[in-house]
Design a protein around this ligand. Sequence first.
Ligand code: 15L
Length: 276
Amino acid sequence: MTSIPPKPVLLTGASGNLGRHLTKALSALGWTLRLTDIAAFPDPVPHNATFTKADLNDGLTILKLAEGCGMILHFGGVSTEHPFEDVLGPNIRGLYHIYEAARREGARVLFASSNHAIGFHERDTPLDDDCQFMPDGYYGLSKAYGELMGRMYWFKHGVENINVRIGSSFPEPIDARMLSTWLSFDDLARLCARATLAEKTGSCVIWGASANTRTYWRRDARDAIGWAPEDSADPFAAQMAGRISTNPIQERYQGGGYTVIDYTRTAPPPAKLFPR
Ligand code: 15L
């Protein structure tokens, strides 16, 4: 299999931390990239890439940007917890524009989903890719909606999509929770490459985490696309020991700090998610 996609790849959210790393890694492989973001691109644009400043709310521009592309790596939109009205445009309407563009171009989509789509699962409950959505805020809810949008576009229009439930993609783990959720930038770049080059993907879910022995997550579609993480948070274990919060709710759930943003429940949390 060639390592260069036959058509250009559209990367949204190119000016963010993950987008900048992906730009560097994928352009170094010789890929032709179309970069876009609502914010200016802070680095020199690689010679085999172009950058267009655009708002995901602007469907026409997104359609034009995707013209001739075979893959859309969708990292754009609001990437942390925000009020509902701020999430709505970029993450819901914007995602619709991405999927309409993919449908028109016959392109595949990699959707940067998040662990916050399942954040209210308890940390001691290992999850498979078909677990229930348990969003821990408006941001996580938009990611759950995004995954469902992918499923609909696959069944209805044959648009392939890989939904990567990213744990915590940072240069290094910064707290004890990330010993479970950390995804190295390099593992992410290799995952995007495999998702782009795989012969078929259907509509699938991948847990976006490195090979962390303390992981919360198990089965997913990684074998089908030929990806396996090569890095691990394990070597940071001693350094992260004791880096936990004092909030028992935050420490109980997989979504960590996001679960306690605007948390107003006063009764103790339910012992089970779905008591029967
Ligand atoms: C995310 O989805 C965010 O984009 C990132 O900034 C982190 O907060 C991460 O989740 C996490 O859960 O650590």
